[in-house]
Write a protein that binds this ligand. Structure first.
Ligand code: ZN
Ligand code: ZN
Ligand code: FE
Length: 770
């Protein structure tokens, strides 16, 4: 058979995941000649040999892809035969050309082979905290620019020793072209600092001893610093909370292999997956061992667990096991709401008032990545925060029309940004709340980073309609700068809840249109009012507002978000009239000085109206007497949910909340909720019963509203989006109820339900409008 030559251009996650060695071995096994190389257009393979073997090569290329690689496209063409300089297949050095189409792999948890080596006293990497191979190790966080090659990473400053070099050059080796390859001879090192210039010997063992004594350690990780403290020591955990100024928000716990866990198989798989996120598991999964202090996650029935994911974590936990400790609080290394620290000097300075010691190393972190936060819901992934291990893997959106690239800058809280290039949406790692200056700097940095590594500078920016969001202001400033340039720039404002609706459609690969039950905190409405409990119908091209919750006041505006008792006073007045003397005498009224709030309401001073479902949660929660004020976003709603269970909600009697089917808009009234909750409380119902009935009623009401919306729109797909759907009881209950009505519920899976997905929706909507 005559020889032929073919050229393949492979795109997807094909750099830094052992793809070239895989191609090399594949070509070898088929006795084909040619070469493979990384270019910024993707991995280019030229291969020559008999036709049947070329075909088999092409098939195996797709079928036997290495575990971490993800092929998005393969372009094939025949090229003229060229006698290859060598008679065998070779890997050529990467070339750099503009207009890149490659993707950056996320960081990967240490693999079992590397783990075995660092625990093997006869291995040259015994006890080495930076062991990695083509199947594991840092990626996104050490990449300066693409193509992904050592000189462009923070490993550039380390020169491989002959032994490492041999591994790197040997196609049969697991470390063949593993860019961060290192060993104790030539690679990064770890040291323990007391913060005053002193270094403590035997860093990992000493760190474990200090942790065992209850000290707080700053530990440099993959995408930033953690603050660590033993999880079983109430005093130590409380000290960390106090120093970090984090009163109530749950802390994540890293669990060692000796801690017995009783989690579902899907949860277990996720915990030890290569992404290694924080997984919220049932608190009971830990058994009655008492190994976790109560103050780790007060008022929560779920606990955020994560597995050790770097060799350093494993070595530290192995040492701690010797002290009888199997769980460490590992919370982000920052103060308050600031972004996590990256550099050693930065950590020594910013964490000075929090950490007692610093476990540092000299492999620089070039890009921040927080731990991702997930849960298994209905056997599927559910994101609270999508970051390390996932971002910046793009979300494929083949269903949207082609068009120019778009940069979407997201919302204000839990911000992420998104760069839409061709049919790939690169949603950034979690950035945070932009009102914090340091977080805002991280935001501008991320915008620059995405454009840089994707070698793409969009001329279109999508933003929220809220004029006060820092992301919106950034977009306006960008547009002003562009105005002076010859090709200018285009701004596209996107309504917040429309973005929520389209984000879910996009990641689920459905063009729409669909009904959207969009429930969240607050978002700027098309009419300038504060929306947040919306029944929409639409797709990326536009939407119609079919209905919403009955508007109710937010006394003091933003202040009411942090003090739910204020919205409760407003809701009582809306329900029972201006005269508090005739209101039902619930305990709530004796606990609060309602006068000043009522005066604000009477005189309509700073009492904007909202249709927010999140605020309705706050209001009913506050009526039960708890959570007059909150310490972190959505605390009242989250802890109110934790008072009940899906079983109790399924059994609970539903309150009567009618809505007028004939009205032009579907208005979901809120006064019947307030009336029923106060009646229950007066007759001695417990807050958990009120929570159960509230959830049951909401599920029932929303399902009825969805059916009405379906009748009016003729649509049967129902998107469930917005931050309120972080509430697993509401989400699962509504999914069931909608399915029974022959409607198809669409929940978020690949992106968070909350504002972490707004940028994705914005980008898709902007593309549709171009
Ligand atoms: Zn490995
Ligand atoms: Zn070495
Ligand atoms: Fe939102």
């Amino acid at each position: 058979m005559k020889d032929e030559r073919r050229r393949f251009v492979v795109n997807g996650i094909v750099q830094g995941v052992g793809f070239r060695p895989f191609v090399f071995n594949l070509a070898g096994s088929e006795s084909l000649t040619g070469f493979v190389t990384n270019t910024s257009d993707g991995v280019v393979i030229e291969i020559e040999g008999p036709l049947d073997r070329l075909d088999r090569f092409a098939r195996r290329l797709k079928d036997e892809t290495p575990p971490l690689a993800k092929i998005v496209s393969v372009m094939t063409e025949s090229v003229p035969s060229t006698p290859d300089s060598s008679r065998f297949f070779e890997i050529l050095a990467s070339e750099n050309s503009p207009g890149t189409n490659t993707m950056i792999p996320p960081d990967v948890a240490v693999c079992s082979d590397c783990l075995r080596e660092i625990r093997d006293a006869n291995d040259r990497r015994f006890g080495y905290p930076f062991a990695n191979c083509t199947n594991c190790g840092p990626r996104w966080t050490i990449i300066g620019r693409i193509p992904y090659d050592r000189p462009y990473t923070s490993m550039a400053s380390f020169t491989m020793c002959p032994a490492c070099r041999d591994e790197y050059d040997d196609p049969a080796n697991r470390r063949f072209h593993a860019q961060p390859n290192a060993c104790p001879e030539c690679g990064p090192r770890v040291w323990l600092s007391a913060g005053d210039g002193r270094e403590i010997a035997e860093p990992v063992a000493a760190a474990a001893t200090l942790l065992a004594e209850g000290r707080i350690l700053a530990v440099k990780g993959l995408g930033g610093f953690h603050l660590a403290v033993r999880a079983d020591d109430e005093t130590a955990v409380l000290r960390l909370r106090e120093r970090k100024n984090r009163e109530a928000k749950p802390l994540a716990v890293m669990v060692g292999r000796n801690l017995p866990l009783h989690v579902d198989p899907a949860e277990q798989e996720l915990l030890v997956s290569s992404s290694s996120p924080i997984v919220l598991v049932d608190r009971k999964s830990l058994g009655p061992s008492g190994s976790i202090a109560g103050s780790v996650a007060p008022e929560h029935n779920r606990l955020g667990l994560l597995s050790p994911y770097t060799p350093l974590h494993h070595l530290l936990l192995d040492e701690l096991a010797g002290h009888g400790i199997n769980a460490l609080v590992m919370t982000s290394g920052n103060a308050g709401d600031e972004p996590i620290c990256l550099g050693n000097d930065e950590a020594l300075e910013r964490l000075a008032g929090i950490a007692d010691y610093w476990l540092l190393h000299d492999r620089d972190i070039l890009r921040r990545a927080d731990d991702s936060v997930t849960q298994i819901l209905g056997n599927k992934l559910h994101f609270f925060r999508r970051s390390r291990g996932y971002a910046p893997v793009p979300i494929s959106v083949p269903q949207i029309p082609p068009g120019p690239p778009v940069l979407a800058v997201g919302a204000e809280l839990k911000n992420t940004v998104c760069l839409l290039k061709n049919n790939q949406a690169f949603l950034s790692p979690h950035i945070g709340d932009l009102e914090n200056l340091k977080t805002y700097e991280f935001f501008t940095e991320t915008v620059a980073t995405l454009q840089q590594v994707l070698e793409c500078e969009p001329k279109v920016v999508a933003h929220d309609l809220h004029p006060g969001y820092f992301s919106t202001r950034w977009a306006k400033e960008w547009a002003e700068e562009q105005a002076d340039k010859p090709d200018g720039g285009k701004l596209i404002g996107v309504q917040h809840h429309h973005a929520h609706l389209v984000a879910v459609l996009a990641e689920r690969g459905i063009p729409g249109p669909a009904i959207g039950l969009i429930l969240d905190g607050t978002g700027y409405g098309s009419d300038g009012l504060i929306w947040g409990g919306e029944i929409l119908a639409g797709d990326a091209n536009g939407f119609e507002r079919l209905g919403h919750f009955e508007p109710f006041p937010l006394p003091g505006g933003e202040a009411a978000v942090k003090a739910p008792w204020r919205t409760a006073v407003g809701a009582l007045r809306l329900t029972f009239g201006d005269d508090p003397k005739v209101w039902p005498k619930i305990q709530f009224l004796s606990d609060h000085e309602t006068g000043p709030i009522l005066e604000m309401l009477d005189r309509e001073i700073n009492c904007p109206l909202t249709t927010s479902c999140g605020r309705l949660f706050d209001t009913v929660a506050a009526l039960t007497g708890h959570w007059p004020e909150i310490k972190y976003e959505a605390q009242a709603a989250i802890e109110f949910m934790a008072l009940t269970t899906p079983e109790e909600v399924a059994r609970a009697e539903v309150w009567s909340v009618p809505f007028e089917a004939a009205a032009p808009s579907i208005i979901l009234p809120i006064t019947p909720f307030i009336r029923a909750a106060t009646e229950d409380l007066l007759s001695g119902a417990s807050p958990s019963l009120v929570s159960a009935r509230f959830h049951a009623t909401l599920i029932d009401l929303l399902a009825r509203a969805a059916r009405e919306a379906s009748v009016r729109s003729g649509l049967t797909d129902v998107v469930l989006g917005g931050g309120v759907f972080q509430n697993e009881i509401l989400l699962a209950g509504l999914m069931d109820s909608l399915s029974e009505s022959e409607l198809r519920p669409l929940r978020p899976i690949s992106a968070p339900a909350g504002d972490g997905a707004i940028a994705l929706g914005q980008a898709i909507i902007a593309r549709a409008q171009l």
